[in-house]
Design a binder for this molecule. Structure first.
Ligand SMILES: [Zn+2]
Length: 186
């Protein structure tokens, strides 16, 4: 009686093995959710290259649904940085592959002492579809200049990260990039 029971269990286990393998295969083959890949160019703002690269790194480590790398020579970048004498400003995204938005790295704010990496990261927030949230604290990236001249925080807060994740979740509408947001200090 006991032997027959054990044998029955072993047969059942052996029979279950191929089934286990069969169910594991489709799971392993499930398509991964790929991040939207964007490119940027700093060729017209080379004096700010290191701060722009730092801002790109901030965003790449803050979100997963979109990733940004430097455009190769001759490649049209999705996000174009231009050094400019005015106030920092940017075309509102979210920019998609095949499209281009511009960020003007305005020297007027830089001359007043605003942190360059925070400016680049804030304007990239606009490229990725975030509006200004002014006035706001330094902990908010999109508070921009209202965070104060002494504010050096280049990192989006939790809600800002979540908004960009939603913008690149695959269901968002293509933005009208004719809107330009200017970040004059006030
Ligand atoms: Zn802004």
């Amino acid at each position: 009686m006991l032997r027959r029971t054990i044998t029955g269990v072993m047969v059942a286990a052996a029979a279950a093995m191929p089934v286990t393998v069969a169910t594991a295969a489709p799971a392993a083959a499930a398509p991964a959710i790929l991040a939207t890949q964007l490119t940027y160019s700093d060729s017209q703002a080379t004096q700010y290259s290191s701060q722009i690269a730092a801002a790109v790194q901030v965003w790449n480590s803050s979100v997963t649904n979109v990733q940004i790398r430097k455009a190769t020579t001759g490649q049209t970048a999705n996000i174009r940085f231009i050094a400019d004498p005015g106030w920092p400003r940017a075309q509102l995204g979210p920019v998609r592959p095949g499209r281009q938005v511009t960020i003007w790295m305005g020297r007027q704010a830089i001359d007043q002492g605003y942190n360059i990496t925070r400016i680049a990261s804030h304007e990239m927030g606009h490229s990725l579809g975030l509006p200004d949230v002014k006035p706001g604290p330094c902990s908010s990236l999109m508070s921009g200049s209202t965070g104060g001249v002494s504010c050096t925080n280049p990192n989006p807060n939790a809600s800002e990260k979540a908004a960009v994740q939603r913008n690149y979740a695959g269901t968002a509408q293509v933005a009208d990039t004719s809107v330009i947001l200017e970040d004059a200090a006030y």
